[in-house]
Design a protein around this ligand. Structure first.
Ligand SMILES: CCCCCCCCCCCCC/C=C/[C@@H](O)[C@H](COP(=O)(O)O)NC(=O)CCCCCCCCCCCCCCC
Ligand SMILES: Nc1ncnc2c1ncn2[C@@H]1O[C@H](COP(=O)(O)OP(=O)(O)O)[C@@H](O)[C@H]1O
Ligand SMILES: [Ca+2]
Length: 555
């Protein structure tokens, strides 16, 4: 918590009929109960509270009449003045309150005072402080996917989010999508982005993917950069994106906020949080395919996704069903993975430290990255490939996963790569080699326990800036790329193929799961773009372990 600093206002006000010393500085609003009796009272509520000004949602004027509070719409005041009743002026401050498991709630406290001028002064001073905070959004462009998750996107937004935005004085322009890629194309071609301070995505990871595709594309076009080029340094997007979770996995929200809760996300948007995020670009033979921010998975996660798309009617449970099915199917995939290890950075995928709010590793590596790209711009030797840093692994794999963030989600609260960072310019490449069902189950189960899922002989993990994958069936004739249709026909064929090892594995063709979307090509080149986008989030907050000594109440 910040130090209180110079006081802007200090008054004696009442909260629920008790006298409080209330003070406001640029950083803190504090209310401290006046010592009425020195006798210890076990049931007396906490006597001192303080809220960072940055976490005040809004302030509203109220009036209190004989103990019953009324919202001030002017009419009450006139009647009261006419009748000459004894009234007190009041104002209510709405602020962020932290609950369990990283959830935030909107709490409120009402202060009363007998002097109208004092009350007005308080309201205007708090409003002034809020208005001086330039990181808060005033106009938002909201896209709702009515079709994602349990199809509750519209209801979630209207009931839980819109009232909070109204209270915080945020104006919105809301678009309920009518078809897939509606939001992406609207952002690419139509949206008047200058009018907005941010974009809100109500939906799952797939919907978020649409939003970033629209926004990144539009930003590059506006900056005169070719968004298709695999070698171009992309220009970062200035508009922040807020995620209101209303999908099936919602791992981007979970990994950046710590919970999948629409009210918590709305509050992070209102207070104007900012969290940069790495984005991977995926190309096939220099042709742009897609961007990814969470999981790029070939093999197991690709197959789970392909299979689950046909079971959308099951809702989020489709992933468990298809997960079990693909686990039992136990296919392996042959191919070559090449990667460029991330050099000069701090942090490894096996670290015990986690990416948390204000992560110093992200700050350090992000800085390093911008210095590197400046250097490379001046220096022609930007192709690290020529300097021979690339490494190549040929083999048989059950899964090839690249996690640009932890991919924590309710199914696996620590995620696919628990030590991955949101904004360090790298992705964690996880290779699960062909092994028995029993061993693969051990690996999967460790995603849900404290045990290290990488501490197994058939699993390896590398922190990389770039990687490539070439499936074996493309190596002989890479021009003969199979389209999705042919791919699935071959998969059926491979299931009945008798020519596979005795352990029960069947060699097969898979597809890439790219943030929940299936890629149309299997041979891909992936490159991480450090901190290309920003979210209305702050990363997962560290849970407090001891009393904060800078809290004025604790002194
Ligand atoms: C035995 C239990 C094993 C639990 C293993 C859990 C690992 C979960 C890691 C999940 C990483 C998720 C990364 C995010 C992907 C999303 O972009 C993407 C799209 O999200 P959206 O629908 O919101 O748009 N979601 C997905 O691709 C879903 C992946 C879900 C995978 C679930 C796998 C379940 C495996 C169950 C195996 C059961 C074996 C049981 C044997 C007795
Ligand atoms: N109005 C719509 N109708 C059909 N599909 C849509 C619509 N709007 C978005 N989509 C698509 O729905 C898919 C799933 O959306 P998402 O919000 O990620 O839900 P889920 O987490 O359940 O997959 C995405 O691929 C997105 O492009
Ligand atoms: Ca990263």
């Amino acid at each position: 918590m910040e130090r209180p600093g110079r006081l802007l206002l200090q008054s004696e006000l009442r909260v629920r009929n008790a006298a409080y010393d209330v003070s406001l500085s640029r950083s803190l609003l504090t209310w401290k109960r006046r010592a009425a009796s020195p006798v210890y009272h076990p049931f007396r509520p906490s006597v001192c509270h303080s809220v960072p000004v940055s976490e005040i949602i809004s302030v509203r004027e109220e009036e209190e009449e004989n103990g019953s509070r009324q919202r001030d719409d002017g009419s009450w005041k006139k009647i009261r003045e006419r009748e000459g009743k004894d009234c007190r002026q009041a104002f209510t401050v709405l602020y962020v309150e932290r609950c369990q498991q990283h959830r935030w709630r909107c709490a409120e406290v009402t202060f009363t005072c007998s002097d109208e001028a004092v009350c007005q002064h308080w309201v205007s001073s708090i409003r002034e402080q809020l208005a001086s905070n330039t990181s808060r959004p005033k106009n938002l462009l909201v896209y709702i996917n009515p079709y994602g998750g349990k199809r509750q996107g519209k209801r979630i937004y209207e009931q839980k989010v819109a009232p909070l935005f109204t209270q915080a004085g945020i104006s919105t322009s809301v678009i309920v999508t009518e078809y897939a890629n509606h939001a992406r194309d609207h952002l690419k071609m139509e949206a008047e982005l200058k009018k907005f301070d941010g974009v809100v995505c109500v939906g799952g990871d797939g919907m978020f993917s649409e939003i970033i595709h629209g926004l990144i594309w539009r930003t590059q076009i506006d900056c005169g950069i070719d968004p298709n080029s695999p070698e171009e340094a992309l220009s970062p997007c200035s508009l922040r994106i807020g995620i209101i979770p209303a999908g099936s996995t919602d791992c981007i929200c979970f990994a950046t906020v710590g919970t999948n809760d629409p009210v918590t996300s709305a509050l992070h948007i209102i207070v104007g949080d900012s969290q940069p995020l790495d984005v991977c670009s995926v190309h096939h033979n220099s042709m742009f395919l897609r961007y990814s921010v969470s999981l790029l998975g070939y093999g197991f996660y690709g197959d789970v996704l392909s299979d689950s798309e046909r079971k959308r009617w099951m809702g989020p449970a489709r992933y468990d069903f298809s997960g079990l099915k693909m686990f039992l199917t136990h296919h392996y995939y042959e191919g070559t993975v090449s990667y460029l290890p991330a050099r000069g950075i701090i942090g490894t995928p096996r670290d015990a430290t986690r990416c948390r709010s204000g992560c110093v590793i992200c700050q350090h590596n992000g800085q390093l990255n911008s210095e590197r790209s400046e250097k490379y711009e001046m220096d022609e030797a930007s192709d690290s490939e020529s300097s021979g840093e690339w490494r190549t692994i040929r083999g048989k794999f059950l899964a090839i996963n690249a996690a640009s963030m932890s991919c924590a989600c309710p199914r696996s609260p620590k995620g696919l790569s628990p030590a991955a960072h949101l904004a360090d310019g790298t992705t964690d490449l996880i290779l699960v080699r062909k092994c028995s069902r029993f061993n693969f189950l051990r690996h999967l189960l460790r995603h849900t326990s404290k045990d290290d899922q990488f501490d197994l002989t058939f699993v390896e993990v590398h922190r990389v800036r770039r990687f490539r994958f070439m499936p074996r069936h493309c190596q002989s004739d890479s021009d003969l790329e199979l389209d999705l249709h042919e791919n699935s026909k071959r998969q059926i064929f491979s299931q009945i193929c008798k020519d596979h090892p005795a352990c029960g594995c069947a060699p097969a063709y898979s597809s890439w799961n790219c943030d929940g979307e299936i890629l149309t090509h299997t041979a891909i080149d992936v490159r991480v773009h450090c901190q290309l986008i920003k979210l209305f989030a702050r990363g997962i907050e560290e849970l407090p372990v001891f009393e904060d000594l800078t809290n004025p109440c604790a002194i």
